[in-house]
Each structure stands twice: as structure tokens, then as C-alpha cells.
Design a binder for this molecule. Structure first.
Ligand code: ZN
Length: 262
């Protein structure tokens, strides 16, 4: 090797070494603050979910609507930094293809809800095919609920985003108590099903409503199913795109309800 070439080669090696050190530095420190995450697939009537676990917890988290990406990012970030068990639907749109139609995954948690959801985009079913589709949802529901329901009195937290219109005022008619804050956007709010949780959250900065009684018709939503089974349920609704807001609201719930005694 020519003397000049040799010198330039070792210089390159030195530069490469520095580059590697710089690359590894932040990666290693990032690694130490994130959790070891494992995952497996869960299927309910052909509807795919991913169960992600980053540690032991009595609480459960779920992302149900594939088009609500801010909620997904909020939950992914949370799971990576806190020991938790979370479920992510494996689809990119709100309604998921099902038996020649599409259904809203948050409207099939009861028989009445499933009945309605199946007919929403396909009003004229063949009778046998309809029974078959409904039976598929019925058969897998309890097993799926057993997967996603919290243990030992933990909380089930569902994360959603809204696009326009829908806000906390839309939920007043379904609520037994409301705490709407001045200076908070009405599209950012928390729904809970336990009065004790509501009373704690209402003292904080965010809009909160309590829905501890079933008002109106069973819509097949997860909040209704949680009420049916006596599960502490919380829904965090935030405007699509407002990632830091949804993270703050989830962290607030974390501090106020999930790890309050720690
Ligand atoms: Zn949603």
C-alpha cells in the first residue's frame, strides 16, 4: 500500500470509529429507558389484534380504530416506557372487513350491537349467512373480553381520536356527572365508568364525564360491555394529531389512577 494511501486509510478508520461511538451513544442510553417488549397475535372472528406486553400490570390498554393514528402513537410510546399490556387492532381504517361487509370494531361487544353493526353497510343479508356471521362474533367475544379485561380491579383504558364535530358536549346526555373545564378544548376529554375514578380525575385539569349507567340503547361499544361486566373503563378522546396532548392525558391518568400509591 502506498504510504499516503495507508495514512488516509487509518484516518478513515479513526473517523469511522468516532462515527460508531456517536451512533452508539444515544442508542445505548435510549435502550436503557425503554422496556423489553414481547408480542403475539390474537384473532376474534377473523379480526386481528396484536397483544403487546412490556411488563407485569393489572391494567390493560386498547387501540380499536385503525385510522386514529395519534392514539396508536400515544399507546406505543406508553408501552415502551411503562410495564404494561396493550392490544392494537391490525388494520388501517376505522371499519374492518368482515363477511362481505365491514364493521366498526367498537360496535360488536354485544349481541344487539353486532346485529346493528353487521347491517349498517349491508342491509340485505341472506338469513343463513347473517346467522353465521353473528354466531362467529358471539362465539369469540367472551374469550376476547377475557384477554383484554384488566385483572385484580385494574383499569381498561381505550384510546381514541376524533376528527371533527364530536366533543364532550355530545356525551352530556349519556353522562351522570360532568366536569368541563374552561380553557380545555371540548374535543379533548375523558369518559370513565367508575364514580371513584371520576371524582379523582375531575379534580385535575381535563374535561371528564362519568358514565356509570347505561343510558339509551346498547350500542355494542366496549364501554357498555365494561359496564355489563363491572370493569373500570376509561376512554381518552383527543383531537387527531394532538399527540402531546394525548400523552399528557394518559400520563395524568397513570399518575392519578394507575400508580397512585407508588
Ligand atoms: Zn375511535
Amino acid at each position: 500500500m502506498h504510504k499516503y494511501l495507508k495514512k488516509s486509510f487509518s484516518l478513515n478508520k479513526a473517523v469511522l470509529f468516532i462515527v460508531i461511538i456517536n451512533l452508539c451513544g444515544p442508542l445505548i442510553s435510549e435502550e436503557s429507558t425503554t422496556m423489553k417488549v414481547t408480542s403475539r397475535n390474537i384473532i376474534w372472528a377473523g379480526i386481528p389484534f396484536k397483544r403487546v406486553q412490556s411488563g407485569e400490570s393489572n391494567h390493560r390498554f386498547i387501540w380499536l380504530h385503525g385510522d386514529e393514528k395519534t392514539a396508536k402513537m400515544t399507546l406505543e410510546d406508553y408501552v415502551n416506557h411503562n410495564p404494561s399490556i396493550a392490544f392494537f387492532i391490525q388494520y388501517s381504517e376505522r371499519e374492518i372487513p368482515f363477511k362481505g361487509t365491514k364493521v366498526d370494531p367498537n360496535r360488536i361487544f354485544s349481541t344487539a350491537g353486532s346485529n346493528k353493526a353487521l347491517k349498517k353497510f349491508k342491509p340485505n343479508w341472506d338469513k343463513n349467512q347473517f346467522t353465521e356471521a353473528l354466531t362467529m362474533l358471539e362465539n369469540g367475544r367472551k374469550k376476547f373480553l377475557d384477554e383484554i379485561f384488566p385483572t385484580n380491579g385494574g383499569v381498561l383504558i381505550s384510546l381514541h381520536n376524533n376528527f371533527r364535530g364530536y366533543n364532550v358536549h355530545s356525551e352530556i346526555k349519556n353522562s351522570t356527572s360532568i366536569s368541563i373545564k374552561k380553557g380545555q378544548n371540548p374535543r379533548d376529554f375523558i369518559i370513565c365508568t367508575e364514580e371513584e375514578d371520576y371524582l379523582k380525575l375531575a379534580q385535575g385539569p381535563y374535561n371528564v364525564v362519568l358514565q356509570d349507567k347505561k343510558v339509551g340503547k346498547d350500542d355494542g361499544s366496549l364501554s357498555w360491555a365494561s359496564l355489563d361486566y363491572g370493569i373500570r373503563y376509561i376512554n381518552i378522546e383527543v383531537r387527531l394529531g394532538w399527540l402531546s396532548k394525548q400523552k399528557k392525558m394518559l400520563n395524568y391518568i397513570h399518575d392519578t389512577l394507575l400508580y397512585e400509591n407508588n
